[in-house]
Design a binder for this molecule. Sequence first.
Ligand code: M6R
Length: 615
Amino acid sequence: MCGIIGYVGERAVIPVLLEGLRRLEYRGYDSAGVAFFDEGKISVIRALGKLFNLQELLAGYGKNPRGIGLGHTRWATHGEPAEHNAHPHGDCRQELVVVHNGIIENYHTLRGMLEQKGHKFRSQTDTEVIPHLIEEELEAGFDLPEAVRRALSKVEGAYAIGVFWAKAPHMLIAARYQSPLVLGIGEGENFMASDIPAILPWTKNVIFLDDGEMAILTKDSCQILSLRDGRKIAKEISRIHWDAAMAEKAGFKHFMLKEIYEQPQAILNTFRGRLDPETGEVNIPEICLSPEEVLSLKKICILACGTSYHAGLVGKYLFERWVRLPVEVELGSEFRYRDLLIDKNTLVIPISQSGETADTLASLRRAREVGAKAVAICNVLGSTITRESDGTIYTHAGPEIGVASTKAFTSQLTALLLLVLYFGQMRKSLSEQERRRIARSLLRVPYQVEKLIEKVHPEIKDLAYDYQRKEHFLYLGRNILFPIALEGALKLKEISYIHAEGYAAGEMKHGPIALIDENMPVMALAPANHHVYEKMISNIEEVRSRRGEILALGTEGDETLARVATRTVSLPECEWEVSPILYTIPLQLLAYEVAVVRGCDVDQPRNLAKSVTVE
Ligand code: M6R
């Protein structure tokens, strides 16, 4: 969940590290720090709080060192957010520095062992055992790469690390096990980072390190070795097609708002080239399943966390209706510790924006152990989940920086719909006529979303003032919009800190209705053409008759809804299959605008991090 960046080359190193950290700050922002080699020794500068504090400190540094450096932005796991717990961490003599993303599970044992040998620790972090372990190996006479390799063989847990040593200041070591790490290959310079956007200003050529691999980077070379036995490994260089500007705010006040507005393009990018506009046929060979394998499927199991889990819940409704296969949607954090009832005829679909979420990844690994096939839905090229699946539908939404997931979600819904159409056409569970109808409605979505944002954003901005002081919010939906109620509630709570719950509207009478009074705002999702519309109207009446305040999203011109709800926001008529995409948009905007008027930090909400790579 932390972000790490490393550089070796001839540039002034502080601006590179700060720019890289700025692009990684979404991963954690409790503290930040850098280390670089200057005038024959290592300097470490760290600051509590956001990156801005570190920038201020570095502005007063007064020198412009070149060559080698490491940077870190932290999401605390072991040890409170404090300057002394911020990375980089060093050995006893501060001749060696390490940045780390992950968790060292056996650090208590290692620390005890090292303290007995006389090592002095300065922090409460798990990370600090790593430089001390390396120091031991250096003292035993090993060179830096071998010392790092041997030290890591003693470590249990997850790590992506960067290391450099004052006695070999031309060499940067990177290593990974179960935490993401990408190498950037430049000309006369090389980089390492937790995520691609951090290195995009300087290079688009990357190597994705796999678990159990380490790299020795100098300014002119990059050598990959196995952590197990030190053997050399040949790796391909991949070219990234994102450009650096895509990870900028482009005039928007927040990344979240920019990403909401990017949704028409993100959705289009997800289906473009895959959906034939004439026939509605879908072509996604990248899922790497043969027709026989698709026909032999007995069950689908979707694995995901957070917002991606909500996309999975929508997928359940779609698959069950049009593919006629039973679907289970599982939270990664639960599935990984459950008794599994899946086998080789089960298709697992891990859904993840980042492709690095630890719980989703662990669940995927368990499913693979029992022989299940896996097709990932993911946004980040080369991420671990994609590499451990048989095939991947990339969403092509572009980098998502805001911690609150927006365009990743609606493009996941699009990818799921493509998969449903594809399986439906192959398994003949979907008629050609239905396929054409669904395809036509999906093709209209980018335009509808664009117009919808234009229309509802000003309306929602006004509403946000009225709701800013509420302490609770209920979101109600039925059927395929029930997951969208969950997603709307998640968006509101994560960025505005208002307590919000999503409920299946029919469940209200089993308990939550007791919460309704004139202080409880209720968001109801009620499109007029859904088969549960009448039921939804009854549920709204039940809330109104208990003096609850209903804000309803419904179809343009629906007078019944306008009569029963306190306020309505209208959406264009759309087919059931694409309604989750459209009904998500006003909920994202509401969460955003409420958070803005409450003065919350929209892109970096408290206690959260974008990519959750720890359990
Ligand atoms: O990268 P992933 O899609 O696997 O991330 C899963 C969740 O951590 C993520 O969706 C989280 O819930 C977001 N903050 C929601 O906005």
